[in-house]
Design a protein around this ligand. Structure first.
Ligand code: 5AD
Ligand code: SF4
Length: 509
């Protein structure tokens, strides 16, 4: 940082923020939009908590461990509040814990769930107003104040010393009074600024912004649907991300064209359940939208996550067959191989129905790589149920499995189920499953040796003297090359070796 910038930052006159993101692809992309909103508001993004005036955590609460991380971070940096730094919690933990966060971490000023991001700009203005007022208060006892903050400054807009959250569907101010905040002494609890965005889970609006700070240089993310109405028995998402709402196909396609203009050749369509996409304008089904994105000139690869087996139609496989730019990879979370457990999970499909979708993919013209998510140790899962999950892995032959131990989540129906599986047994099943899947992947990856595959060059691993490539099937293919390929370009690679999670090769002309 330049000397002047450093001074500005230290004196609190430059607006700086640090943002750390936890969790899924949706969160990563939400953060890109949050960053865009902050930059547009005149903030500068910095790389460490110490450099920042505003520290934000975009959180995940899908499993208990993910949720605990944010509270550890907040505890680690609490002492920085005395330096006038502000803390905000965004995303799923924010929505789930709501104002309880202020009790557990009183140094937090902003708590905002993802359904309220459309109001983020207003919340930032409120926060800045509170900060400004605090400075005036300090300044009034400070002989240098007039040169620093001007003669008459407006009271912060929308901030009032109300005692309880404002449930107007817009912004809530949980409690407190911005007055009396001091950058030097550290605030007293009764003086804390507490701004909340928690009341929008029934919104019909998606978070659409023209200010997206795209951080992934190779893959442009586009949210097509937000929220989830499925209410699987174990899952916190419908409670944290709110009800399902889709963007119009016109707006998605316009964003896709913009992304191409920025130089992207790969797009990933995002949603908690992309298959239940419903165009509010009634123009396109999900498969039609997918195909339309794939047909935009300049697009080389289109991906989509996540799919729900219940809503996964054959038309998606037909689209993959028909449009070469659609990647030959589908992530189709199964969660369990036992119909009994699937029923208890309220997944709305049986093992047989899931396998029918697998059959559509296996009989496609292009070889489609399939990956999945599995939960082990769901309440009541017997040894026989677990054996059915193992046999399903074997039958499908996945190229990747994300496996998790069941983690009880607040508000979810599964909390009230009997027959909890002991932690030790969950761990054992997880290990057995991972070992089995490893064997499957060793065999699956081996069969690519000797074939030529196109990769997008994603970067370079200097220590190994290798380039990092990604295949359309989303596999990592590391390779050597005599001439330096351009990062972001596409090239053919001859596969010479395989591992359980990646391939090795040499670039071919
Ligand atoms: N416990 C364990 N895993 C879970 N997942 C979602 N909720 C839970 C939970 N309560 C897993 C599912 C989902 C993935 C994103 O996270 O497998 O597909
Ligand atoms: Fe959660 Fe089920 Fe919705 Fe996926 S479909 S986000 S697992 S409730």
């Amino acid at each position: 940082m330049s000397g002047v910038r450093q001074q500005l930052a230290e004196s609190g006159h430059e607006k700086t923020f640090y943002l750390e993101t936890f969790g899924c692809q949706m969160n990563v992309h939400d953060s890109e939009k949050v960053v865009g909103t902050l930059l547009q508001q005149g903030y500068r993004q910095v790389e460490t908590v110490e450099q920042a005036g505003l520290i934000l955590y975009n959180t995940c609460s899908i499993r208990d461990k993910a949720e605990q991380k944010v509270f550890h971070r907040l505890a680690d940096f609490k002492k920085l509040q005395a330096k006038g730094k502000k803390f905000g919690v965004l995303g799923c933990v924010a929505q789930q814990e709501g104002e309880k966060i202020f009790e557990r971490a009183p140094h937090v000023s902003l708590v905002c769930g993802s359904a309220s991001y459309n109001n983020l700009l207003q919340m930032l203005v409120q926060l800045e107003g509170a900060q400004l007022e605090a400075e005036i208060d300090v300044g009034s006892q400070d002989p240098l104040a007039s040169s620093r903050s001007g003669a008459s400054l407006p009271a912060p807009r929308g901030i009032s010393p109300a005692a309880s959250p404002v449930s107007d569907g817009l912004l809530g101010l949980a409690s407190g009074d911005a007055r009396g905040l001091s950058r030097n002494s550290g605030p007293r609890t009764q003086d804390l600024v507490r701004i909340t965005g928690l009341d929008d889970r029934q919104t019909d609006k998606c978070f659409e912004t023209e200010f997206t700070a795209r951080t992934n240089p190779h893959r442009g993310y586009i949210t097509i649907i937000e929220g989830c109405d499925k209410f699987c028995a174990y899952c916190v998402v419908p409670f944290t991300r709110g009800k399902e709402r889709s963007r119009t196909s016109g707006s998605v396609l316009a964003e896709a064209r913009q992304i191409v203009d920025l130089g992207y050749t790969e797009i990933q369509l995002l949603g908690q359940n992309v298959n239940s996409y419903r165009d509010p304008d009634g123009k396109k089904s999900f498969a039609e939208l997918l195909a339309a994105v794939g047909e935009i000139p300049g697009i080389r690869r289109v991906r989509f996550t996540t799919s729900h087996p219940r809503d996964f139609g054959r038309d998606i496989v037909d689209a993959i067959d028909a449009v070469p730019a659609l990647c030959d990879h589908v992530h189709l979370p199964v969660q369990s191989g036992s119909s009994r457990v699937l029923d208890a999970m309220q997944r709305l499909y049986t093992r047989e129905q899931y396998l029918e979708r697998i059959e559509w993919m296996k009989t496609a013209r292009r070889e489609i790589s399939i990956t999945t998510d599995v939960i082990v140790g769901f309440p009541g899962e017997t040894e026989a149920d677990f054996a059915e999950t193992l046999s399903l892995l074997e039958y499908v032959g996945y190229d990747g499995v994300f496996s998790f131990k069941y983690s009880p989540r607040p508000n979810t129906p599964a909390l009230h189920l009997d027959d909890a599986i002991p932690e030790q047994e969950k761990s054992r099943r997880l290990e057995v499953l991972m070992a089995k899947q490893r064997e499957i992947q060793v065999a699956r990856y081996r069969k690519y040796v000797g074939t030529k595959i196109e990769v997008m060059v994603e970067g370079r691993n200097e220590s190994r003297n290798q380039w990092i490539g990604r295949t359309s099937q989303n596999k990592t293919l590391n390779f050597t090359a005599s001439a330096n390929p351009k990062v972001g370009s596409y090239t053919k690679v001859l596969v010479t070796g395989s591992f359980p999670n990646s391939l090795l090769g040499e670039m071919v002309a």
